[in-house]
Design a binder for this molecule. Structure first.
Ligand code: CP
Length: 301
């Protein structure tokens, strides 16, 4: 495993290794020492959790971080290319974590440099480290990854986290309900891949009918910034609002997850229910990203 660009590149065995290492690091981070290693966080797009949990992960393992937080004040403003920026960052660091609005940007960077590259989100395409922390969170909350019923809710067209998660869960034979407005359905190429893998899924607009049947409700934000047409966003922006009342008939083991940030799609009265799990999910990002950094830097035992 030289880079982490897409969940499609990761075998089920490697995924399970990362899950085990994250669990072990949550219990005892002192087993890995990344001192004298430098991570470059190269973020062309906004982020709170991904960048800061990577920074926390690196620092808690003794490593150092250099960061580009948006392009303002950098030489991107003078016209520097992505390839040149990446080549220089590779001279300054041992691993590059990159978020970029262009689909395929992380893979492109991985072809330009000799250090490991981690895709921290490329446009509406993939967000594999989010999916790995989501798997870790699902396993912790349900005790297994196998045979679960999941509703992926909201913006399944532009939401890169759900694209990666569909592939990440596939080896564990999930049953998916894809819940979205018609215009924001899961992309056809992902549905086609899932059919080839014999993964069961249903597409629906209605969430209330399936709440009592699912183990995980994975809610996503409608990705306003990716809509070419503002009017189309206005039509769907309030499509799903999860309230405590909606969860009244949920199974005891149901957990509501969300990659965050949320806008209005989960009301704050859900936060105090036993179903809310999105803040635990964000915390799990540190343990999984520690496992990813240690593995790519060749320090995983
Ligand atoms: N989940 C996630 O990617 O959050 P940020 O955009 O804050 O990094």
């Amino acid at each position: 495993m030289k880079h982490l660009i897409s969940m499609r590149d990761l075998s089920a065995d490697k995924t399970i290794q990362l899950l085990k290492l994250a669990e072990s690091l949550e219990k005892d981070p002192s087993q890995i020492d990344l001192s004298r290693r430098v991570m470059a966080a190269v973020f062309y797009e906004a982020s709170t959790r991904t960048r800061m949990s990577f920074e926390s992960a690196m620092k808690r393992l003794g490593g150092e971080v250099i960061a580009m937080v948006g392009t303002s004040g950098t030489s991107v403003e003078k016209g520097e290319t992505l390839a040149d920026t990446a080549k220089v960052m590779a001279r300054y660091s041992d691993i590059i974590v990159i978020r970029h609005p262009m689909e395929g940007a992380a893979r492109y960077v991985s072809e330009q440099v000799d250090v490991p590259v981690v895709n921290a989100g490329d446009g509406a395409n993939q967000h594999p480290t989010q999916s790995l922390l989501d798997l870790y969170t699902i396993q912790k909350s349900q005790g297994t990854l196998k045979g679960l019923k999941l509703a992926l809710v909201g913006d399944l067209k532009y939401g890169r986290t759900v694209h990666s998660l569909a592939y990440a869960l596939a080896p564990f034979k999930p049953e998916f309900h894809f819940v979205s407005p018609k215009s924001l359905g899961m992309p056809p190429h992902i549905l086609s891949d899932l059919r080839k893998m014999n993964i069961q899924f249903k597409e629906t607009k209605k969430l209330d009918k399936i709440v009592s049947d699912i183990d995980i409700m994975y809610v996503t934000r409608i990705q306003r910034e990716r809509f070419p047409d503002r009017e189309e966003y206005e039509k769907v922006k309030n499509a799903y609002i999860i309230t405590a009342d909606l969860l009244e008939n949920a199974k005891d083991n149901l957990k509501v997850m969300h990659p965050l940030p949320r806008v209005n799609e989960i009301t704050t009265d859900v936060d105090s229910t036993k179903y809310a799990y999105y803040f635990d999910q964000a915390e799990n990002g540190v343990y999984m990203r520690q496992a990813i950094l240690a593995t790519l830097l060749g320090e995983a035992k």
